[in-house]
Design a protein around this ligand. Structure first.
Ligand SMILES: Nc1ncnc2c1ncn2[C@@H]1O[C@H](COP(=O)(O)OP(=O)(O)O)[C@@H](O)[C@H]1O
Ligand SMILES: [Mg+2]
Length: 235
């Protein structure tokens, strides 16, 4: 089976000349299909930059990115958008829900883009335990519920990869653990490959594989022989 991601010598430099910031130096990394992989590192280490490149929200300055053996590095913006739409789900710390749409409409909005039916949107909300809440607006939902809507939105199109950037960053520990359990179960039950960005060593313990990043470089990578149950995470 091919790797979910195989990236070679990926560098990202923001800006030019004296104002240039090297966010990623030369990252070589493979990520297994079907795994839950944590990318662990302190603030400013390049985690979001890496995730955005993996999700084709941004292009590397140099280097190669392959997704399931398809080299996406040379894609222009239209092809990248198509790739993203067909393959990737995103979950962000700030749920990024549209305030004037209900939970269902928020999920439908994303399925419309991918050409899926209203039923798929409802199914995704049901998986997240939100059937009773689907006609509520984001302002009528708790933070944990809003994050579940954003996860439902991401999974409704059954993406091959679910990319999560500090998904529990804005949640208290109880709702955060609930969100992590949902991610763990999606990975186990549906087989969705998940990449989870975190600055928390504790959260990284629930992952199958941990990739440590520091100052734009991968400094360590290891498998957890016994990934922690999210319930046992010390927040
Ligand atoms: N759009 C941008 N323009 C300029 N510098 C950026 C931009 N995005 C991130 N950076 C810089 O790149 C480095 C890595 O940032 P980031 O990937 O957001 O790290 P992390 O997600 O680990 O906190 C930081 O020094 C940050 O200030
Ligand atoms: Mg970040």
């Amino acid at each position: 089976m091919s790797y979910l991601y195989d990236i070679k010598k990926v560098a990202k430099i923001y800006g030019h000349g004296r104002a240039a910031t090297v966010a990623l130096k030369s990252v070589d990394l493979t990520i297994e299909t079907g795994s839950l992989t944590a990318i662990l590192g302190p603030s400013g280490s390049g985690k979001s930059t890496l995730l955005n490149i993996l999700g084709a929200l941004d292009s590397p300055t140099s280097g190669e990115v392959s997704f399931l053996a398809e080299n996406i590095s040379k894609y222009k913006s239209n092809a990248l958008a198509k790739f993203r739409r067909e393959n990737i789900g995103f979950v962000f710390q700030s749920y990024n829900l549209l305030p004037n749409l209900t939970a269902l409409e928020n999920v439908e909005f994303s399925t419309e883009i991918t050409g899926l039916t209203r039923d798929k949107a409802k199914d995704a909300l049901a998986v997240l335990g939100l059937s009773e809440r689907m006609n509520h607006y984001p302002s009528e939902l708790s933070g944990g519920e809003q994050q579940r809507v954003s996860i439902a939105r991401a999974i409704a199109k059954q993406p091959k990869a679910l990319l999560c950037d500090e998904p529990t960053g804005a949640l208290d520990n109880e709702t955060g653990i609930m969100a992590l359990k949902i991610l763990r179960n999606l990975n186990k039950d549906i087989g969705t490959s998940i990449i989870l960005i975190t600055h928390s060593k504790e959260i990284a313990k629930m992952a199958d594989t941990v990739v440590k990043i520091l100052s734009g470089e991968v400094v360590d990578r290891y498998d957890n022989p016994n990934p922690l149950n999210p319930d046992d995470i010390e927040w």
